[in-house]
Design a protein around this ligand. Structure first.
Ligand code: G6P
Length: 612
């Protein structure tokens, strides 16, 4: 949520900042801005996307080899030119970009007003930059860094910031608490960014800042300390991000590219872990905590959005095969509702980005209970990967489309392997069943390729329903969370109101919505629930609903009963979610494109929700 970039070196900062902001645009895209130091600080900001900022600065002075930039997702104050970052302090001494929320901004603002400060914007950020200036001008002979540290010590809330000071043309200051920041190390140049995406094209060497770190960066060196002015040791890490992942390639949108990547990304999730030939699963990241997992009293899965849906599938899998009680919770609820967590519990946090504020806060809260805290995460080096005791990377590669697709299937893949692994170690699964699920799991990438071959026919279904106002998604068992995920995909990118429901719950409310305008997407492959879901479909048809079914190939009964049918290959029920979700992703994608929506950057959403 909001993306920050910064550059100090010998090159022109502007192109580096603009390209960096484009890489971060998925984090927020309601306004953008840059500040460039060249004798004085030139500040340009504009409502809208980065492209509009680029047009706005044409023929303006954009020179300078020190600069900061920001792409915004509004928290305080509507998206407009004034509220856009960077923000400059009242006397023009400091300029700052910020990701996060200053919770005590009202009190700080009141204090600053008493000191004669005035404000132009509605943002909490403008208060922080003025607080820095206040300390800088009040104290005698202090440098910019000291003023930044003094101001940060007064702040309650979350921040990732990059700051420049008009009196220090050779210094870029970056600090973090709660919102991620990475420093890229080049040769006589440094980069600062909210994540590695803007950095990877310049250097692979990075330092991930920890909470309370303050980095004082010059062209040729940098120092890391904490807010109290104590030195902090620097750990340089190497990025494993491939620059190709950050381009759309031949695809019209990142989302479509990421849907089509799934056969490969699932192979990547398997790599070194799943060996179908000898029915073996190795989850290296969990080796040390294996005894804790086998003896877990309970597994508490926490996550948000799509990651929470993956967690629900994990619950069904772990309970069915490993026979450990599982609860799945929204991190935003879990962190505040005072749950009972025992030290024999395992808390498993799932997050694509590893930066979702609620998930991280829930992890911190759970740590106090003494439970074992594990993570499933896609972004290497992310905060979640650093605050958990152990975990599994999904290795799905960079996911740029705001609507999560390949990260979801990678999370479900990991959860399936995890459930099977614990089940095998505990002896709660028959050998034949275990081997048969592993064989089916290994075939998933090929079977997804078959579904992707039907893209054009799925698009035809989308054409029929693109003007719908509402949609209902139904599923049972493993496919109930898939129905939730299908509905979420449709609503987030097409703005059609969509609800996912357990099909058995239909009679308790949603059935009242059914008429001949309501598309009902039913995930109904051949499994133990087939007869039950068949009668649900009959109930919808009896009320003139339009039924689109996701069926196992060759299913004649449902073909007759449904208005539209999308086939998926036959598989083991435990593995079917990985197949059934693909047509739902494509259906949502095509409907959104046909409605003229920006599928990669849907309105009001952001890829990483780094604020509460
Ligand atoms: C946002 C994104 C979703 C994502 C959710 C959780 O809402 O738009 O796609 O599922 O955050 O994100 P995480 O990175 O924690 O999986």
């Amino acid at each position: 949520m909001c993306g920050i970039v910064g550059y100090i070196g010998q090159k022109d900062a502007f192109p580096i900042l603009i390209n960096g902001l484009k890489r971060l645009e998925y984090r927020g895209y309601d306004s953008a801005g840059v500040a460039l130091f060249n004798g004085k600080i030139n500040l340009y900001k504009h409502k809208g996307k980065i492209k509009e900022l680029e047009e706005f600065v044409t023929e303006k002075n954009i020179s300078g080899s020190l600069g900061i930039g920001h792409t915004r997702w509004a928290t305080h104050g509507e998206p407009n030119d004034v509220n856009a970052h960077p923000h400059m302090s009242m006397n023009g001494i400091f300029t700052l970009v910020h990701n996060g929320i200053i919770e005590n901004y009202a009190k700080l603002k009141k204090d600053l007003i008493k000191q004669g400060y005035t404000f132009n914007s509605d943002t909490d950020t403008e208060i922080l930059v003025n607080l820095i200036e206040f300390f800088y001008t009040r104290e005698e002979k202090i440098d910019a860094e000291t003023a930044v540290r003094m101001a940060l010590s007064k702040v309650i809330g979350a921040y990732g910031i990059a700051v420049i000071c008009k009196d220090e043309p050779e210094t870029l200051i970056a600090a973090r608490k709660g919102s991620p920041l990475v420093i890229g190390i080049g040769v006589n140049e440094y980069f600062v960014a909210s994540d590695a995406a803007p950095i990877v094209e310049h250097t692979n060497s990075v330092v991930y800042l920890n909470d309370n770190d303050v980095a004082i960066i010059k062209k040729d060196r940098f120092t890391l300390k904490n807010i109290e002015n104590n030195p902090v040791s620097v750990t340089i890490e190497q990025l494993d991000l491939n620059i190709g992942e950050l381009d759309k390639g031949e695809f019209e949108h990142f989302m479509l590219k990421e849907i089509f990547e799934q056969p490969k990304t699932i192979e990547d999730t398997f790599r070194g872990r799943l060996q179908a030939e000898n029915s073996s699963i190795v989850l290296g990241g969990l080796l040390e905590v294996t005894p804790k997992l086998i003896n877990a009293n309970r597994i508490l899965i926490i996550g948000c959005g799509t990651s929470w849906h993956a967690g629900l599938i994990g619950e069904y899998l772990i309970e069915e095969y490993a026979r450990i009680p599982v609860e799945v919770e929204y991190a935003s609820e879990f962190r505040y509702r005072k749950p009972v967590i025992n030290k024999d519990d395992v808390v498993l946090a799932i997050s694509q980005s590893g930066e979702t504020a609620d998930t991280l806060a829930a992890v911190e809260m759970a740590k106090e209970s003494g439970a074992t805290i594990l993570g499933i995460c896609n972004v290497t080096g992310s905060t979640l990967s650093r605050v958990t005791e152990a975990g599994v990377y999904t290795h799905a590669g960079a996911e740029i489309g705001v609507a999560s697709t390949k990260a979801f299937s990678a999370q479900v893949t990991v959860l399936t392997m995890l459930a099977l692994k614990i089940a095998a170690m505990k002896g709660t699964i028959e050998n034949d069943e275990y081997s048969s699920i592993i064989s089916e799991l290994a075939l998933v990438p090929e079977k997804i390729k078959q579904i992707l071959n039907d893209n054009e026919s799925i698009k035809k279904v989308a054409e029929k329903y693109k003007d719908s106002v509402n949609a209902l998604y139904l599923g049972r068992g493993y496919l109930f969370p898939v129905a939730l995920e299908g509905a979420l995909k449709l609503k987030e990118i097409s703005y059609i109101h969509a609800e996912g429901y357990a099909a058995g719950e239909m009679k308790h409310g949603p059935i009242a919505l059914i008429d001949n305008n309501l598309p009902v997407v039913v995930v109904a492959p051949h499994d133990d629930y087939y007869e039950k879901i068949l009668s649900n479909i009959r109930e919808v048809k009896a009320r003139k609903g339009n039924v689109i079914t996701i069926v196992t190939e060759g299913d004649k009964a449902l073909k007759e009963l449904s208005d539209d049918v999308i086939q998926i290959p036959r598989s083991h029920p435990a593995v079917t979610p990985l197949l059934a979700v693909i047509p739902l992703q494509l259906l949502a994608y095509h409907i959104a494109v046909l409605r003229g929506c920006n599928v990669d950057q849907p309105r009001n959403l952001a890829k990483s929700v780094t604020v509460e």
